[in-house]
Design a protein around this ligand. Sequence first.
Ligand SMILES: [Zn+2]
Ligand SMILES: [Zn+2]
Length: 309
Amino acid sequence: MTSTGTPSKESAVNNFTIHHEAFQKIIERFGVLLRRQEELQEKLEAVDMSMENIDEQRFLGGEPVVSFVPSQDFEPLFQVAAKDIWPVLSIIFPPLAESLKALGQKLETDTSWAHLCLQAVAHGNAQALDQAATQAIVAPDFLLLALRAAYGPCIAVQKDNLIKNVPIEVWRQAYCPVCGSDPDLATLENHPDPSEFLVSKSGELWHHCPTCTHRWRFVRMQCPNCGNKDHKSLTRFNMPDSLQTIIYACEQCQHYLPCLNLVENSQKINFNQAALNLVHLDAAAQSKGYTPLSPAPWAVFGFDQEKPS
Ligand SMILES: [Zn+2]
Ligand SMILES: [Zn+2]
């Protein structure tokens, strides 16, 4: 791999800010959230989970590892995470501060509601999300945003345990093999294989998970949302300021995913910050009418702060 490691979080954000002042506010707001999530992940300790049901064949068939563990096993971590992260979300979305405070109180006092929330965020249970949102008298989109923000560090800290008994490296689905999240970023990278004499100049395509931070390889020239492989309806835009930043968009489903070309890049990349640093690509793609594949909050809500109410 040519580009790994974690440069200082502040410098990654500041470098971007200098070049893209128009997006400074979004970068600053969500940079605070990303840093807090990373700090929390460092503080949390993995808990015991029931992992006897992990089924390799079903995993190979496309079910992410988290679908085999009981979602309520995340509760101890999630209680700690929500107390830490939801106040930060209140700073990012001030009009939602009261709602977030009420969610925090409900989480502490209503165990069955907490379990519904965990079914929604860990297992993608849409019915559980609707029920939990109705019970809390909030919009499902807003509840999911809040749940994901707190759940991310919880699944990230469990990741190493969850993947140790599955062949994680053979996964080639568009979504994350650990938590099932859609990616927030694609990267083109060189991973030289010592057994191969020639290294492909075009690189391998990798996806990054904005929820659990996992990275995995995906196939090139395929829409990660609908599976479309028709190259005539797969569009690629380069941004005028950099040949390394690309938008991949699909004309069939109208979804897009930002991409960084790292094939000739020797600089270290903080993959957890990288998609936020490409928020100008989100703005460009959304101005062309495309919908983000990424569930990251700045992609979904970053251009209209009133939206998630
Ligand atoms: Zn993930
Ligand atoms: Zn598509």
